[in-house]
Unconditional design. Structure first.
Lengths: 441, 223
C-alpha cells in the first residue's frame, strides 16, 4: 500500500463482510422453507420477503466489495491519493442507509416487485445518486495524473456500464414482456458484462502485484478477455429472450453467442495459471493466491460450465424456471463474484493493516470449508432440479407433488448451506481478527 | 498478438455485439405488441400488473419462467383455472388449496383481485414460443387416461395420495373405486359439502361435463 487514502477500502470491506454474513442468515431462513412444511414466519417473513432480502444483500455487499476494491486499486494505478475521501465516506454511509431502508421496507411490505430490483423507485434514485458520487470521485482521481493504464480504463468502463444499465430497471412498463426485456439489460448485462469488466480489471491488478509479471502481458490478456466477454455477452442476452414473448430469431442468436460465453472465462483460467507459474516473486500471501486461482476455476465451472449446460434452447426449454437455474445462480455468483471479493479482501487487508506476515491458518480453513460446501449445495440443487425437470416438465406431474419428491435434495442443500455458513463464519472471524494471531502457519 | 491487436479485438468485438443487440432490440420492440396482444392491454391489465409487483408475487412464483422457484409458474395459469376459482383462491388461498406449502392471504380487495386476474389472463395469451413445453409422456406413451391427466393438472395430489404419492389432507384414494360409486364421486366433485357439510375440498363444478366424466371414470377404476 502506497497511499493513505487506500485505507478507505477497509470500511467498505468491513461492511461488505457483515452484509455477507447477514445474506447467509437470510439464505438459511429462505432455504428452510423448502425443507420444513410448517413455516412459523409466514406472516412476518414469508418466502418472497426473505428471498428478496437474501438476493438484495448479495448484490449490495458485492457492489460494496467492488467499490472498496476500486478505492484500493485506483490510487496505486493512478499514482495519487483519492480525490475526495470525504465523498468516499459519504457515499458509503448513503449506500448503507438506503440498503437498511430497503430491507426494513421489504419486511413492512414496501416493494417494487421485480426480482433483484425490488427497491421502491425513490430508493433506486438514491442508488443512482450513490453511483454518481462514486463515479465522480473515481474519475476525478484518475484524471489527476492522467495515467491511463488499461486496468484503470477497463475498471472505469465497467463501473460506468454498471451505472448506465441500472437505469433500465427503474421505469414501470405496462407490458410485462417489455419490462422483462429491459430488466435483463440490468441483470444479464451486469453479471455477464459490466461486472466481468470490474472483475477482469481487479484480478489483473492483483495478479500483477502478486506475481510481478510483466504489465504488458497482463494488460494484453485483459483486453482480449474483456473483449470476448462483451462480444459473447452483449448479444448473449438473447438466451433470456427465448420464452418471454420476444421474436423467434432470438432462439438461434441467443444460442450462438452464449455458446461462446465460457471461452473468455477459460482464457482467464489459463492466464491466471501462467502468471502464477511465471511468477517473479515469492508469494507469501498464499491465501490471496489460493482465492485468486480458486476464483478462476470456480468462475469457469459455475458461470461457464453450469451456464453452458442450460443455455441452448433445446435444453433450456425444459430447464427454464426450475431449480437448475437456482443451482447455476448460486454457483456463478459464488465462483465469479464472491470469490473475487474475497481475493481482493485477502490481498488488500494485510497491507491496509500493515502486516508483513500474518497467520493464514483460519483463513485456509474458511477457504476449504466454503468451497467444499458450496459445491455440495450446488450439486444438491442440481439433482433437485433434474428431479423437477423430469417429473414436472417431462411427465407432467403437478408442481407441488414434485416439490415433495425433491425434499431429500432440498434437505441436502440446506445441510450443505449450514456447512457453508460455518466456513463463512470462520472467514468473518478471520477478517475481524486478522494479524492478531502469531504468523506461524 | 500485440497489445494494439488485443485492443482492436476489444473495441471491434464490443462494437459488433452492441450493434447486433441494438438492431434486434429495435426490431423486437416493433414485434412485441403483436406477439403479446398489446391491443388487449387495457388500464385494468396494467393495474393488475402493479398489484402483482406491489405484493412481490414474483419472488415466490415464476412468470414467463422468471422469478422465485417456491411456487408454481403462472404464465399459463388462466388456461388451467377459471376466473371464479382464481377469485375464491385469492380470497383465501389456504382454504381452497390446503397444501402443506402455503400461500399467505394477501387480503386483496375484490377490485384488486379483478385487476390481477385480468393481468394473468393477458399474460396467458403472450406468444412464448410454446413454453412451457407440453409433457412428453402424453405424446410418447399415451398410457395415461384423460382422467389421470386431469387429476394431475388440477393438483388433486396435493391433498390426496394414490399409491403413496401425494398429500394427506384429504382421504387416500388408492382404493377409492372399491368404496364409492361413480355417482357418489361425481357428487363429491361437484359439491363436496353434499356429503360432509364441513368439507374443505373446493368444488370442481366448473369443469366441463366431459372432464368430470373422465375424472369419475379414472377414480372409479382405482380398486
Amino acid at each position: 500500500m502506497k497511499y493513505e487514502s487506500q485505507k478507505i477500502a477497509y470500511k467498505y470491506f468491513l461492511l461488505a463482510t457483515l452484509l455477507f454474513a447477514l445474506q447467509i442468515v437470510f439464505g438459511l431462513i429462505t432455504g428452510a422453507k423448502y425443507v420444513w412444511n410448517i413455516d412459523p414466519l409466514i406472516h412476518i417473513l414469508p418466502f418472497n420477503t426473505s428471498r428478496a432480502i437474501h438476493i438484495n444483500l448479495l448484490v449490495v455487499w458485492l457492489l460494496m466489495g467492488f467499490m472498496g476494491g476500486t478505492y484500493y486499486l485506483v490510487p496505486e494505478e493512478a499514482g495519487t491519493e483519492i480525490y475526495s475521501p470525504w465523498l468516499a465516506n459519504l457515499q458509503l454511509y448513503l449506500f448503507t442507509a438506503i440498503g437498511i431502508t430497503a430491507i426494513v421496507g421489504y419486511v413492512a411490505g414496501w416493494s417494487w416487485g421485480m426480482p433483484f430490483l425490488e427497491q421502491p423507485t425513490i430508493l433506486k434514485l438514491g442508488i443512482v445518486a450513490v453511483a454518481l458520487i462514486f463515479l465522480f470521485n473515481v474519475f476525478m482521481t484518475m484524471i489527476k495524473t492522467r495515467k491511463w493504464t488499461v486496468i484503470q480504463g477497463v475498471l472505469l468502463g465497467g463501473l460506468v456500464m454498471v451505472a448506465v444499465m441500472f437505469l433500465f430497471g427503474v421505469v414501470f412498463m405496462k407490458n410485462l414482456t417489455t419490462q422483462f426485456y429491459f430488466w435483463w439489460w440490468v441483470i444479464h448485462l451486469w453479471v455477464e458484462g459490466a461486472w466481468e469488466l470490474v472483475t477482469g480489471a481487479i484480478m489483473a491488478f492483483i495478479l500483477l502485484k502478486l506475481t510481478g509479471v510483466d504489465r504488458d502481458i497482463v494488460e494484453k490478456w485483459l483486453y482480449v478477455e474483456v473483449g470476448l466477454v462483451l462480444f459473447t455477452g452483449i448479444a448473449g442476452v438473447g438466451h433470456h429472450y427465448y420464452w418471454i414473448g420476444t421474436p423467434t430469431y432470438w432462439l438461434w442468436i441467443g444460442a450462438v453467442f452464449s455458446a461462446f460465453e465460457p471461452l473468455p472465462i477459460l482464457f482467464m483460467v489459463i492466464d491466471t495459471l501462467r502468471d502464477v507459474r511465471e511468477s517473479k516473486t515469492v508469494i507469501t500471501n498464499r491465501l490471496a493466491l489460493y482465492w485468486a486461482v480458486g476464483c478462476a476455476f470456480m468462475h469457469f465451472i459455475g458461470a461457464g460450465v453450469w451456464g453452458f449446460a442450460q443455455t441452448l434452447p433445446q435444453i433450456n426449454r425444459w430447464t427454464h424456471g426450475t431449480q437448475i437455474t437456482a443451482s447455476h445462480g448460486h454457483f456463478a455468483f459464488y465462483g465469479a463474484y464472491v470469490m473475487l471479493n474475497l481475493t481482493m479482501i485477502y490481498f488488500a487487508m494485510p497491507q491496509i493493516k500493515g502486516l508483513k506476515n500474518f497467520s493464514q491458518k483460519l483463513g485456509f480453513k474458511a477457504f476449504w470449508t466454503m468451497n467444499f460446501f458450496m459445491i455440495m449445495m450446488v450439486l444438491s440443487l442440481t439433482v433437485a432440479g433434474v428431479v423437477q425437470v423430469y417429473f414436472q416438465r417431462v411427465l407432467g406431474y403437478d408442481y407441488l407433488t414434485v416439490q415433495g419428491f425433491m425434499k431429500l435434495w432440498f434437505a441436502a442443500f440446506w445441510v450443505s448451506a449450514l456447512g457453508f455458513a460455518t466456513g463463512a463464519s470462520m472467514y468473518v472471524v478471520d477478517f475481524l481478527t486478522l494479524g492478531e494471531a502469531s504468523p506461524q502457519r | 498478438m500485440t497489445k494494439a491487436q488485443a485492443k482492436a479485438v476489444f473495441i471491434w468485438g464490443t462494437a459488433f455485439s452492441t450493434i447486433i443487440l441494438l438492431a434486434l432490440t429495435y426490431n423486437s420492440i416493433s414485434q412485441i405488441p403483436e406477439r403479446t396482444n398489446q391491443n388487449k392491454l387495457d388500464a385494468q391489465v396494467a393495474a393488475g400488473k402493479w398489484i402483482w409487483q406491489k405484493h412481490n408475487c414474483n419472488d415466490c412464483h415464476t412468470i414467463l419462467g422468471i422469478g422465485g422457484y417456491y411456487a408454481p409458474d403462472l404464465t399459463k395459469v388462466m388456461s388451467r383455472r377459471d376466473p371464479d376459482w382464481m377469485r375464491s383462491f385469492l380470497k383465501d388461498p389456504s382454504a381452497i388449496w390446503p397444501a402443506s406449502r402455503k400461500m399467505p392471504n394477501l387480503h386483496l380487495t375484490d377490485a384488486e383481485i379483478t385487476d390481477l386476474i385480468a393481468f394473468l389472463k393477458w399474460v396467458d395469451h403472450i406468444n412464448t414460443n410454446n413454453w412451457p413445453p407440453k409433457p412428453m409422456i402424453v405424446h410418447v406413451a399415451g398410457q395415461e387416461s384423460p382422467g389421470e391427466t386431469l387429476f394431475k393438472a388440477h393438483g388433486c395430489s396435493s391433498c390426496h395420495s394414490i399409491g403413496g404419492i401425494g398429500g394427506h389432507i384429504g382421504p387416500d384414494l388408492t382404493h377409492v373405486g372399491s368404496r364409492r360409486s361413480k355417482q357418489w364421486i361425481e357428487e363429491q366433485l361437484e359439491d363436496p359439502r353434499s356429503h360432509n357439510p364441513n368439507s374443505i375440498m373446493p368444488s370442481f363444478k366448473d369443469l366441463s361435463h366431459k372432464d368430470i366424466e373422465d375424472l369419475v371414470n379414472y377414480l372409479a377404476e382405482l380398486k
